[in-house]
Design a protein around this ligand. Structure first.
Ligand SMILES: Cc1cc2nc3c(=O)[nH]c(=O)nc-3n(C[C@H](O)[C@H](O)[C@H](O)COP(=O)(O)OP(=O)(O)OC[C@H]3O[C@@H](n4cnc5c(N)ncnc54)[C@H](O)[C@@H]3O)c2cc1C
Length: 292
């Protein structure tokens, strides 16, 4: 069991901020994962998992937990008939390529979501009207209590949420896809990526959407923009000029800088629209937004 101590998490998050994990490990098999979870349970240590860190904000002082990142067989991808079987640590990009090469469509929506399938299930990540719920046949979830297999209903996948909690590790997923010509898949992915480039800061360090949309008819980005916050800055963090529901690390940003921008956005949006923005980004460590 390979365990590291005090590993900086800034390099494991797309925003590039955050302090160290008290404990860090990269299990490469189910056995290694089970061993690490048993050790953490015995030591009463909290377990967190990161995928590509594309929707997490880590406390600047770090996380008093065992942070896991899945590797090896826990990140492998294979095709099984019309299903794609992927380790929880496999990236959406690799899954999409494997599906396309096998002539399987249905996962194109994930082309612009820079995460792993484990993080995708946890967040029920989605775009362009489709999400993981639409394609998930089942997921293998491992925790200190053991291994279970669960479908989208059992995992309560809903808008950017699931019932998965701390210590639940999505070790494998089975995606239900459908036959589609690779040329059609390639064309749709190219169109979606081009659309994304127009509307979001794809070449900056961000953690994706900061807040969930409060209502289907009220986008968080639009609401924040109406409050005049595009370009608003705190330290090294800035509200994106391209899309106001993104915070960019403009250089030397800290988690505290990001949190300050989030707090300001919540206050102003509440004043103007009488809604309380709920954060989509997941907090690792004792981060908290001030009450409204
Ligand atoms: C430029 C950009 C664009 C984005 N666009 C979208 C979008 O269109 N739609 C969308 O939904 N999201 C989007 N996101 C957010 C993010 O990419 C998704 O939420 C993604 O699914 C997170 O996956 P991840 O592997 O990076 O998870 P992380 O960010 O590492 O983790 C997210 C959460 O999942 C948990 N987790 C991660 N892996 C596992 C696992 N194996 N088992 C259990 N829990 C796990 C973490 O503990 C955390 O709570 C975007 C992000 C960026 C930076």
């Amino acid at each position: 069991m390979k365990l590291a101590e005090h590993v900086g998490l800034d390099r494991y998050t797309t925003i590039g901020t955050g302090g160290p994990a008290r404990w860090f490990a990269e299990p490469a098999s189910l056995d290694e994962l089970a061993e690490l979870l048993a050790w953490a349970a015995g030591e009463r240590i909290v377990v967190e998992t990161v995928g590509l860190g594309s929707n997490v904000l880590v406390h600047d002082d770090g996380v008093d937990a065992l942070v896991l990142r899945l590797r090896g067989t826990l990140a492998e991808v294979r095709v099984d008939g019309e299903q794609l079987v992927a380790g929880g640590g496999a990236t959406n990009a690799v899954c999409l390529h494997r599906a396309r090469d096998a002539g399987l469509g249905g996962f194109e929506f994930a082309s612009a979501i820079p995460g792993t399938v484990g993080g995708g299930v946890r967040m029920n990540a989605g775009a362009y009207g489709r999400d993981f719920r639409a394609v998930l046949a089942e997921a293998v979830v491992v925790s200190a209590a053991g291994v279970r297999t669960a479908g989208a209903d059992e995992l309560a996948l809903a808008y950017r949420s699931s019932s998965l909690g701390q210590g639940d590790v999505v070790a494998q997923v089975r995606l239900r896809l459908e036959p589609r010509h690779p040329v059609a898949i390639r064309a749709e992915v190219a169109a979606l990526l081009a659309q994304r480039k127009q509307t979001q800061p794809t070449n900056k360090r961000t953690f994706g959407s900061v807040f969930k949309n409060p209502r289907p008819d009220l986008g968080a980005g639009w609401a924040i923009e109406q409050c005049g916050l595009k370009g608003f800055r705190s330290g090294g963090a800035v509200v994106s000029e391209r899309h106001a529901n993104f915070i960019e690390n403009a250089g030397g940003a800290t988690a505290a800088d990001c949190l300050a921008l989030m707090a300001e956005a919540r206050v102003r949006v509440k004043e103007r629209f009488a809604v309380e923005l709920e954060h989509e980004v997941r907090f690792l460590g004792p981060l908290e937004l001030p009450p409204l």
